[in-house]
Design a protein. Sequence first.
Length: 118
Amino acid sequence: MSDDFTPDQKRYLEGFMSGMQSARTARGLGPLGGAPGSVPAKPSGPDREHAEAQARTVAAGGKLVDQEKWKAAEHPFDAYARFKQQAEAGSYPKPEDNFRWRYHGLFYVAPAQNSYMC
């Protein structure tokens, strides 16, 4: 199998991406992948209201608890690969990782044992 696209495949992909960009522009969205050095977009998705409420709290001089900071920093699903590495290495979790692993139903049971419980 060749590493390069055929001319037909290249034309198809160029047309497809051109159409995607036209549709995004018509909806008032920026280019795919964002412009280099662009400012991150406002939060979206199901957590949007929560992220906006947290931003208002911080802007008003309030403080967030560590767990809220950890949730905003990294989603538990995104940390799963690191969880597997820590489990294989037998290393102890940091407090923020211990919080994230609970999302997967795993609880670190120290000081009773140096292990996890499901």
